[in-house]
Ligand binder design. Structure first.
Ligand code: GLC
Length: 621
């Protein structure tokens, strides 16, 4: 059982605060209506002091998180309703568009914060974002390999360093809450969120999740921390194929398993997250044996908060409350809050959310104690992060976003994430061997493909969407000034060309969440043809698979002389050439079992099936 997170000195306020509640409630109708433009300074100085002064409406406001696009044209609503939190959902940059520079993000954050401080009690916002592999919404930020690649490194110290850099880059935009790490344990590679997990066994998710949380928050929460979020509670990676929500095939589906299996496979990463003092836990869209997690009182209140002792903030997923059974929004919301959810990512109709909380409390269907517990957790987090004293962006971090030093660490992570599956004496190449190298494939010179989903936009996209180095650019840098000729054929591999060494880079195009659910796990025909062409027209050939998960590569593995699983490397493609050209040794090991057929899915270590490659496999050179 974890002890309480290091309490900030300002969580419990003066006894006098208790008597101010009555005064506040009597004056409220006049005060909120005229939302004074009072000095932008908080008017309560501890959790208990704020709670004692807050009206029920204000408490409901604190529990309400809104996607910023819903208030960017009506910022006054933030103060009028006392909203507790805003977020940028995937791709919701400044102005509501994907992208934006760090300064534009910081200016956006500060403007929202200034407005929040105009509320009656001047309680600052806490602002959430999905910086799931670096601050990947922001143009120019350092984008690390997605978690599956970080899992392949088996290097938790590197995960912590990477997350510490992400922390700095997130702080440089003012933001103070990261909806990461996913501590999912993906058990079926057909799931579109497989790449968001560190691997198929709880030990990897626990070890890397712990490191990530510490990297983001530091030893104790303070103004230098970014609050971490262990997600998605619980067994989001254990859902059954064909049970997906709406049009999804498995995402947000039903985890059909015994409690023993749930506790053995999917719960341990949350024990680790509590040990790491995770500031928040996000509830999964999925269900356990038919009951939605967003209404699961036993697993959320009894197990997470009670048995595991989690004392941070439990937040819903995006409109997750709406998936709960119920006759009305208020009915659904009541079930979620009574199950133990503290912050509701609405993320749009904040008035409906606030009104529903107030009406359910007034009807006696949600207790005031439950509301106070939720608001207390939220305010404790804001005081722990010193948001009342330092609500605005620390611009000393902004200039270092995407710095060479940060990118160097990402490059190191890329190199350590590469898993060598086959090598018939080809790798490493020598940069000055004098051999002619031909590079092709759809991903060889495509930064967007190299990053995958959750990159600038929610789903990700091809092309130069941010600053980074593609594999082809890295090959050119590597061989510049040597007598090695390099030629780029891209996807036009039907043309005449020849070479001593061919390198194909291909695989998956970007996707996120259920849009990545895939029942085939096949390479495209174009990919296979391009690989075949390159290997037919060069003396030896190397295949670099850029994907968020294992794909069925039996034939391609025979065609290529060397085969590398590159995962989704991010902006630093030079990490790939570092191992291809021998500056770093291949040390990566599979974080998941690699199937020989999609019919084997779900396939995991110890299930008795014979895979193409076992989890943990990886050649060294
Ligand atoms: C999404 C995801 C979750 C993310 C949230 C906010 O639907 O499920 O991982 O943190 O919404 O973007």
């Amino acid at each position: 059982m974890a002890g309480p997170r290091a309490a900030s000195a300002r969580r419990s306020g003066p006894l006098l605060a208790a008597c101010s509640a009555t005064v506040g409630a009597l004056l409220l109708p006049f005060m909120v209506a005229s939302a004074p433009t009072a000095a932008a300074a908080p008017r309560c100085d501890s959790t208990e002091d704020c709670l004692a002064q807050m009206t029920l409406e204000e408490k409901a406001g604190q529990m309400t998180q809104v996607n910023h696009t819903n208030v960017m044209d009506d910022k006054e609503a933030i103060a009028e309703y006392g909203l507790g939190s805003l977020l940028s959902g995937g791709g919701a940059g400044p102005g509501g568009e994907a992208g934006g520079t760090a300064t534009e993000w910081a200016d956006m954050y500060d403007e929202y914060q200034r407005t929040a401080l105009q509320s009656r009690l001047g309680i600052p916002l806490i602002y959430g974002v999905d910086a799931v592999h670096g601050h990947s919404n922001v143009v120019g930020a350092t984008v690390f390999p997605h978690n599956i690649g970080m899992g392949a490194t088996r290097n938790s110290k590197l995960v912590r360093r990477a997350q510490d850099i992400t922390r700095q880059e997130v702080l440089g935009t003012g933001i103070d809450w990261n909806f990461a790490p996913a501590v999912s344990v993906p058990r079926d590679d057909r799931w579109g969120r497989t790449y968001e997990g560190f691997g198929e066994v709880p030990r990897l998710a626990s070890k890397m999740g712990y490191a990530s949380i510490k990297g983001s928050q530091g030893h104790d929460l303070d103004s230098e921390s970014v609050a971490a979020t262990a997600k998605h509670y619980v067994a989001d990676g254990g859902t059954t194929w064909g049970t997906g929500e709406d049009d999804y095939l498995i995402d947000q589906g039903d985890a059909r398993m015994s409690e023993h299996e749930l506790r053995k496979i999917h719960l341990p990463p949350y024990r680790a997250a509590v040990r790491a003092d995770a500031a928040s836990v996000m509830i999964s869209f999925s269900s356990w044996n038919g009951l939605k997690m967003h209404q699961h009182e036993y697993l959320v209140d009894d197990v997470l908060k009670g048995e595991l002792g989690f004392d941070g903030v439990v937040i819903s997923d995006w409109a997750g409350v709406r998936q709960v059974e119920g006759d009305s929004y208020a009915d659904k919301l009541r079930k979620s809050i009574n199950a133990g959810l503290d912050m509701i990512m609405v993320p749009d109709d904040y008035e409906q959310n606030i009104e529903a909380i107030v009406s359910e409390v007034r009807a006696g269907r949600i207790s005031e104690e439950r509301i106070d517990d939720a608001v207390r957790r939220i305010l404790d987090l804001k005081f722990d992060q010193e948001l009342f004293d330092k609500p605005f962006t620390d611009r000393s971090y902004t200039d270092d976003i995407g710095s060479p030093e940060h990118r160097e660490v990402a490059r190191e992570a890329v190199a350590q994430s590469q898993v060598l599956l086959k090598n018939d004496g080809v790798l490493p190449l020598s940069p000055d061997s004098g051999k002619d190298i031909v590079v092709g494939g759809k991903t060889a010179d495509n930064l967007g493909y190299q990053m995958g989903g959750w990159s600038i936009s929610w789903q990700g996209s091809g092309g130069d969407t941010t600053e980074g180095t593609t594999f082809w650019e890295a090959v050119q840098q590597e061989t510049e000034g040597t007598d090695t000729d390099v030629e780029f054929v891209g996807t036009d591999t039907g043309q005449d060309f020849s070479g001593d060494v061919g390198i194909w880079v291909g695989g998956e195009t970007p996707y996120a969440e259920g849009f990545g659910d895939d029942g085939d796990l096949q390479l495209s025909e174009d990919d296979t043809k391009q690989l075949d062409d390159i290997c037919a027209k060069t003396d030896v050939c190397v295949a670099m698979l850029v994907s968020g998960r294992p794909l069925i590569i039996n034939e391609e593995l025979k065609t290529a002389d060397a085969f590398v699983a590159s995962w989704l490397p991010g902006t630093e493609g030079a990490g790939m050439t570092d191992v291809v050209f021998g500056h770093e040794r291949f040390t990566g090991r599979l974080p998941v079992t690699w199937p020989s057929s999609v019919d084997q899915e779900p396939i995991n270590r110890g299930d008795g099936q014979k895979p193409l490659f076992r989890m943990g496999y990886g050649l060294r050179n």
